[in-house]
Design a protein around this ligand. Structure first.
Ligand SMILES: NC(=O)c1ccc[n+]([C@@H]2O[C@H](COP(=O)([O-])OP(=O)(O)OC[C@H]3O[C@@H](n4cnc5c(N)ncnc54)[C@H](O)[C@@H]3O)[C@@H](O)[C@H]2O)c1
Ligand SMILES: O=C(O)CC[C@@H](O)C(=O)O
Length: 524
């Protein structure tokens, strides 16, 4: 397996990956896109910081790529939709640089309040100018934090230690009680109206792009100071420039920009703007932590283990992995079972989870759909792209969860709706091992391994013997057999485990027998 490491990711953090037998690490600086395209096809994994763009074009050359690792939080340099479409896992290292980015933001706020960079430059240019640098205290001032996640809440703690009043806007935090009681959660307009300093700590998304635009600036206090150490483009740079020129804003500190790298901007001409080249996470500690975190994720992915910090598939909590693993196997097998039962165009797959599935039903559904599509598609289907591929084929995926039922502590039932018909399979675990416990409403108990024959037939004497004889004559050994009926004399369901795949002509021989309604062979 080959891993390409770009953008100067800290080597000290990569030791685990480097020492892993069977993994070759190529570590290099940021390379231009044409060079990346020329080499990317060799690699199973790539690790980047924020400089390299892993876009659709790069991915179209990345034939072996299984995982993209981001040594940091923001993944806006990676085309997530395309990665998902191609079944490439994207992982990141979200916590490793929180403290560094937090401390840097506080440093920027102080630099802004006290004109430290400007005073430094003037004195080094030979001017002792005490009068030019009248600053402002932070104590008692109101800090507005937009985005109260890892960094936003760490900023709040530090700002409170400096006796600032903290207000915050984060529409995804519902309860005041989940955060520090001293942080006042307000709506955006109130934050804009009340804050002396505004700092942004959201990702860049459709809803945060140009969140601070001309209209937002018009609602702010005169003399407001803006800090953006999150992502360029959350502040509209033109609107900011106008606010600084008009005196509406007294200053801005920016670590991030709409276009990066950036060496020339009207903002750089303004004396009350402090800038830096996206270095909020640039400390040795943070870089070693994010490199080590992402290396662990890459290693887990390449070794086929479950991964914690996934960006484009639902996250599985590490401590749930042992519990979840047998269910993942079960649902994948159930999906494979169902795709081989299909006789007409599939319209909908409906999954019903009864019992406690650790709130991981999205992951289980992805595994089930993977199992369903895998036998019928040429392209690589995995947990990442399975749902997207199903939707592209017009298949509706529905899932519901209910509490325990039917005597099973955990039961999963999949119904597949086809043009004019439907079929179902139920599964559960027995002593930690997957079992098929129902087919089209018939109770059975079969191990989903090897080959299963599914034979609905009229409930009358001699049917089991008939099928057993045909299989025996063709030297096919039966390793398990179940027969189930709903009522006497109606239809029964025979489920037979066989040691070998049954040839088509033998299936046809069984099928033509009187009272046999159908024969399907399911291969796992
Ligand atoms: N300058 C740097 O070098 C540097 C370093 C680390 C992180 N970052 C950036 O800092 C930002 C925050 O990182 P984090 O680790 O705290 O992320 P996080 O995911 O922990 O927190 C983000 C918060 O933003 C909130 N949010 C999302 N959309 C919002 C909206 N429309 N309005 C208000 N709040 C919204 C979320 O609810 C969440 O609480 C990210 O953009 C990250 O890329 C920059
Ligand atoms: O890696 C970097 O240099 C930037 C990191 C930061 O922007 C992040 O989102 O984690």
């Amino acid at each position: 397996m080959k891993v390409l490491v770009l953008d100067g990711v800290a080597r000290e953090g990569l030791q685990k990956l480097e020492n892993e037998p069977g993994i070759v690490l190529d570590i290099t600086k940021t390379v231009p896109e044409d060079q990346l395209i020329a080499i990317i096809s060799e690699y199973d994994a790539v690790i980047v910081r924020s400089a390299t763009k892993i876009n659709k074009k790069v991915m179209s050359y990345a034939h072996k790529l299984k995982v993209i690792g981001r040594a940091g939080v923001g993944v806006d340099n990676i085309d997530l939709d395309e990665a998902t479409r191609q079944g490439i896992l994207v992982v990141n290292a979200p916590g490793g640089n929180t403290i560094s980015a937090t401390e840097y933001t506080i440093a920027m706020m102080l630099a802004l309040a006290r004109n430290i960079p400007q005073a430094n430059t003037k004195l080094k240019n030979g001017e002792w100018d005490k009068k030019a640098f009248m600053g402002t205290e932070l104590c008692t001032k109101t800090l507005g934090i937009i985005g109260l996640g890892r960094i936003g809440s760490a900023i709040a703690k530090r700002a409170q230690a400096m006796e600032m009043q903290v207000v915050a806007y984060d529409p995804y935090i519902a309860e005041k009680s989940v955060i520090s009681t001293d942080i006042e959660l307000v709506d955006l307009d109130e934050l804009l109206e009340r804050s002396d300093f505004i700092t942004i700590h959201t990702p860049k998304t459709k809803s945060t792009r140009h969140l601070l635009n001309t209209e937002a600036f018009s609602k702010m206090k005169d003399g407001v100071r803006i800090i953006n150490c999150a992502r360029g483009g959350i502040v509209d740079e033109t609107a900011l420039y106008d606010a600084l020129r008009s005196g509406k804003a007294a200053g801005a500190a920016l670590d991030v920009f709409e276009e990066e790298p950036l060496t020339n901007s009207p903002l750089f001409e303004l004396n009350n703007v402090v800038v830096s080249p996206h270095i909020g996470a640039s400390t040795r500690e943070a870089q070693i932590k994010v490199a080590a975190d992402v290396a662990n994720e890459i290693l887990a992915t390449l070794k086929g283990k479950l991964v914690k910090n996934t960006v484009n598939v639902p996250v599985i909590k590490h401590d749930l992995i042992p519990e979840l693993k047998p269910y993942l196997k079960l649902v994948e097998r159930m999906g494979t079972f169902q795709s081989q039962m299909v006789t007409a165009r599939v319209k909908k797959i409906q999954i019903r989870y009864s019992g406690d599935f650790f709130k991981q039903t999205d992951t289980l559904t992805a595994a089930l759909v993977k199992g369903f599509l895998d036998p019928i598609l040429q392209e690589n289907v995995n947990y990442i792209n399975a749902i997207v591929l199903a939707k592209e084929r017009g298949i509706v995926i529905e899932q519901t969860s209910v509490s325990m039922e039917e005597g099973y502590s955990n039961l999963i039932t999949v119904r597949v709706f086809e043009d004019g018909c439907e079929s179902s399979v139920s599964g559960s675990l027995f002593q930690g091992k997957p079992r098929i416990v129902g087919v089209n409403g018939y109770r059975i108990d079969s191990v989903p391994e090897g080959h299963l024959l599914i034979i609905p037939h009229v409930d009358k004497p001699g049917m089991i013997g008939l099928v057993g004889t045909v299989l025996g004559e063709n030297n096919i050994n039966i390793s398990g057999m179940q027969n189930s009926r709903k009522e006497a004399g109606a239809t029964s369901m025979m489920v037979i485990s066989v040691d070998l795949a049954v040839p088509d002509e033998v299936l046809a021989q069984i099928k033509q027998a009187e009272a046999i309604l159908d024969v399907k062979m399911i291969n796992f």
